[in-house]
Design a protein around this ligand. Sequence first.
Ligand SMILES: *[C@@H]1O[C@H](CO)[C@@H](O)[C@H](O)[C@H]1NC(C)=O
Ligand SMILES: *[C@@H]1O[C@H](CO)[C@@H](O)[C@H](O)[C@H]1NC(C)=O
Ligand SMILES: *[C@@H]1O[C@H](CO)[C@@H](O)[C@H](O)[C@H]1NC(C)=O
Ligand SMILES: *[C@@H]1O[C@H](CO)[C@@H](O)[C@H](O)[C@H]1NC(C)=O
Ligand SMILES: *[C@@H]1O[C@H](CO)[C@@H](O)[C@H](O)[C@H]1NC(C)=O
Ligand SMILES: *[C@@H]1O[C@H](CO)[C@@H](O)[C@H](O)[C@H]1NC(C)=O
Length: 499
Amino acid sequence: MKIPFLLPMLLFILFLAKTSAHFNPCPSVCHEMACQTGVLACTDGGLLQIPPVLHQKTHKIIVSNQRFSSPHLTYSNFSNYGPPNYKIEKIALQFCELVSIASNCFSHLTDLRVLDLSHNLLGEIPPDTFKALHLQFLRLDDNKMIQFHRFSFRGLNVAELSLFDCNLTELDFEVFSEISERLKKLILTNNKLNVIDKRFRILFENLPDLQINENPFNCTCNLRWLNSVLVSRKKAINLSSSKRIPNQAQCNYPDRVKGKQIADLDLKDFDCDSPRLKLIDVFMTSTSSAKLTCISEPKAHSSPDVIWMTEHKNTYVPEIQSIEKASLSVLRKSRIDKYKCVIKNNNDYVTVVISIHWPVKRVNNASQSLNTLGVSPNDMIPYLPNANSTLHVRSVFYEKQFTLLEMIGGVVGTFTITMILFLCIYRHLAMTMKRNDKKKWYLSYETAIGSDSQTYDIPNNTAGLYFPGQLLTNPYSPARYLDYNSHTPQSSPNKVAAI
Ligand SMILES: *[C@@H]1O[C@H](CO)[C@@H](O)[C@H](O)[C@H]1NC(C)=O
Ligand SMILES: *[C@@H]1O[C@H](CO)[C@@H](O)[C@H](O)[C@H]1NC(C)=O
Ligand SMILES: *[C@@H]1O[C@H](CO)[C@@H](O)[C@H](O)[C@H]1NC(C)=O
Ligand SMILES: *[C@@H]1O[C@H](CO)[C@@H](O)[C@H](O)[C@H]1NC(C)=O
Ligand SMILES: *[C@@H]1O[C@H](CO)[C@@H](O)[C@H](O)[C@H]1NC(C)=O
Ligand SMILES: *[C@@H]1O[C@H](CO)[C@@H](O)[C@H](O)[C@H]1NC(C)=O
């Protein structure tokens, strides 16, 4: 009765005493048979550390469901495993709550072909962790905290890499570039990838086996490249028809393509056009208030967001956001106020900055008025309005606007263009007043935007032209003007429209 008990006990004590490799029993937790077959299989728990020495014949180590005294793997844990004593071909350490692996942990295991560290709690994989390994298969599945360092895979030669269910939200191309040359199979199934860097294209095109399904892909312009890759892969698989078409990557966003296979989409589904500005409208509702409207070019699939921002201490603060068109009512804050309209879609954005040069409040004479408008003498309008019934308008930024408008024409097909369009709203106030008919007020604001300077007619009964500031000294203040608008602002020539 006692002998069967004593023998394993004795063997275990011998194991703890780290006897020579030539007389190594299995640790008590592992199946003895396993030792004889060359497979150390410890799957029932109870190991406090990775067995420091093995049976001579051991070439596979399968350890799972263990809770080691330390969750960190270092070189010392495997230091005895190398040649010439052993020829370890496979190490699997699954469900062992391992938290970290040190650099160069396995570098001496020149016979190692399969390394399986799946179902652990690995965090950052430090540089050179797998250095000098020539693996057929590296499996890191279900390590939800895993993070790769730029050089995690440096010096590794691996044919198949599996990162199934690793909670990956992004893939750093640099990390994978270390192993891309010899990689034959890459499994990225069941992660959190929204997009994948375009630079993976060549790797993905050439991989005999690629599995990227079960990721919440954002099928926006950034992922268009993947469509063509997957389409050609699908075709190739179909041709060689021996292989079953693997589960396909699907879109999760935007809604219109949610659940569809990326390979089934059309290139235009990826919404790669840059958003475009259709119109900026500045409506001066008085000498100190305006309504700004920004309208985007409508898109087939998704309307761009339009956002108005106000300049505040040299930064722009969002004021209002809407789809396709946004209007913002503004009040004069300073002599020149700046507003920015941002039009953005999934792919790109365009911005337009508007500077409103408000009318000057107090002017004594003509030249001063121009100077307070912030215009240098050289830029001064050479033609000053006079009693002529035609108000001639010319923008001081005429040349500049022209080139910027040309840029707008060039926006299509470009990636990120931030366009700053200075719309100098150069405002002349023409005011006529028939003393006996106060209802006949006309305000007009003009600007030269684009390649045409514009001319607005002032009614023939013009009594005279006044500079803006004079309006304020007039009993008919801007506010009151609104009471008098016998012709509504919309129908008046008060609009400053651009582009
Ligand atoms: C690895 O080795 C260290 C020191 O030799 C030891 O403290 C630790 O418990 C070992 N870890 C495992 C998982 O065996
Ligand atoms: C997945 O990763 C995120 C960080 O990217 C982390 O906050 C989250 O806890 C992870 N999920 C799990 C289940 O570990
Ligand atoms: C993907 O789309 C989701 C949902 O709109 C968004 O929250 C996420 O930021 C997008 N990811 C990327 C990388 O654009
Ligand atoms: C794949 O082959 C099947 C018939 O074998 C065909 O019906 C299908 O259209 C093919 N698909 C593609 C994407 O070529
Ligand atoms: C008009 O402005 C000029 C220069 O600012 C100034 O020298 C001149 O005295 C002003 N004339 C009147 C009538 O205020
Ligand atoms: C008014 O201007 C027009 C062109 O702008 C010009 O032909 C006409 O002679 C001018 N009339 C007067 C009275 O200055």
